[in-house]
Ligand binder design. Structure first.
Ligand code: PMP
Length: 439
């Protein structure tokens, strides 16, 4: 195994294996990926890796044997670290007893009870496979409960029609669905008011990520509840990222606010496909009645076994204290470097420390994401994966954070040397495409 800093790590991607694999993938997989944010449009071709081979702890190895510090962590689910032994053992132990059955399995109840005991306001739980499943189920429940159709939202909530129709990639979503979903700005009650006031008594729910690029102000969180009550809408927290990451009880515990329905995914099961909609019996009981939310794989037990093991490790090892501490060290190191190199107005790490977001204000926005692409290129050359989200895991050690912070410092120093006109010439591959265009 090669270590970070080995000279091989700074070589260009070898044309043979990666390029051949990519050509094969492009022939049989549209976009060569199942997940747009992981695919080739999101990595500087020729420099950053394209295909993962395996991963362990805080590291990912690409198919060419190069080792990287992983910070996107598969877009967030890997909270304990890759291939965590307790989770792997739990999956192996369950595997010989079957994966999914003709009848419900007791693990569904056991894990639901664990979640109820950890999440503020939780009384009942329904499981599914993706975050999109959970948010779509919550929206359907809210529409059924309120007998209204409109949804106000802030953040990303998955690929299903109700949400994606209101983004810059709405193709294929009927106009009748698109016009029911209304975006508002985070930490901005005026923008929410403007949306709600435009269609009085028509909103079923206010759906939002309770933290993202920024943490919420207490005024914003309090105001959300007030607005939901005043307008007769449900408040739905999409905790697909924040859940089990900011605290065992998610954003609700961290910020001391309770929503009406909650959606979880990602960190819930350290990478196994599991999501959950959670809430009080008075709302969750709609799923016993005529709100249909049901899938073949909902009670699949390898994911539930992984979830039980993940929650156990989180409780026993006080994972969140470490995630915050190390996350804050990285966040502040990035901001210190940005300021030291004169990029304090251009590059900022913000948000909740267990998942901080690095934003880049491009010097020439019309040219695309030049600076962001350059940062990714330089970090890749230094053995660090960058997609803008720094997800801490329990296996990122203090020394790892120091090495990653050093890599950021060098990358930002190099960027400062090219700012503002020299960046394009220093790129070894095409500029990264945004997943969604800015509104
Ligand atoms: N909500 C949030 C906040 C998310 O970040 C995501 C995924 N990035 C989703 C929902 C959708 O989850 P999934 O991709 O598992 O469907």
């Amino acid at each position: 195994m090669r270590a970070i800093g080995d000279t091989d790590n700074v070589q260009q991607t070898s044309v043979t294996s990666t390029q051949a694999l990519l050509s094969r993938a492009e022939r049989v997989i549209p976009g060569a990926t199942q997940t747009v944010s992981k695919g080739p449009s999101q990595w500087v071709q020729g420099v950053a890796p394209v295909f993962a081979d395996h991963a362990q702890g805080p590291y990912l190895w690409d198919v060419e044997g190069r080792r990287y510090f992983d910070l996107p962590m598969a877009l967030g689910p890997i909270i304990l670290g890759h291939a965590h032994p307790a989770v792997a053992d739990a999956i192996r132990a369950q595997l010989d007893g079957g994966i999914t059955f003709t009848l419900p399995h007791p693990l569904e109840t056991i894990v639901a009870e664990q979640i109820v005991s950890l999440v503020p306001g939780a009384e009942m739980v329904r499981f599914a496979k993706s975050g999109s499943d959970a948010t779509s189920a919550a929206v359907r429940a809210a529409r059924a409960i309120t007998e209204r159709d409109r949804i106000a939202f802030s953040g990303y909530h998955g690929w299903h029609d109700w949400h994606i129709g209101a983004t810059s990639r709405p193709r294929g979503v009927p106009a009748a669905v698109r016009e029911l979903t209304h975006p508002f700005a985070f930490n901005d009650l005026e923008s929410l008011d403007a949306v709600l006031d435009r269609h009085p008594d028509q909103f079923a729910a206010i759906v939002l990520e309770p933290a993202g690029v920024h943490e919420p102000t207490s005024e914003f969180l309090g105001g959300l509840k007030e607005r939901a009550r005043a307008h007769g809408a449900l408040l739905i927290f999409d905790e697909v990222i924040t859940g089990f990451r900011l605290a065992l009880g998610g954003a609700q515990e961290r910020y001391g606010v309770q929503a009406d329905l909650l959606c979880f995914g990602k960190a819930l099961s350290n990478g196994m496909p599991l999501s959950a909609i959670v809430g009080p019996e008075r709302f969750m009981s709609v799923f016993e009645q005529d709100v249909f939310f049901s899938g073949t794989h909902g009670g699949e037990v390898l994911s539930l076994a992984a979830c039980a093991a993940t929650l156990r490790v989180m409780i026993e090892e006080d994972v969140h204290t470490q995630l915050w501490r190390r996350g804050e060290a990285l966040l502040s190191a990035i901001n210190t470097s940005a300021r030291r190199h004169g990029l304090g107005d251009a590059v900022a790490a913000t948000g909740a420390a267990p998942r901080s977001v690095v934003s880049v204000a491009e010097p020439q926005p019309t040219e695309g994401q030049l600076a962001r692409t350059f940062i990714q290129q330089e970090l890749a050359r230094r053995g660090v994966l960058f997609n803008g989200s720094n997800f801490m895991s329990h296996m990122h050690s203090d020394e790892d954070i120091d090495q990653i912070a050093d890599a950021y410092d060098e990358a930002l120093e190099a960027l400062a040397g090219l700012w503002p006109d020299g960046i394009a010439q220093a790129l070894a591959g095409p500029v990264l495409a945004p997943v969604f265009r800015a509104p």
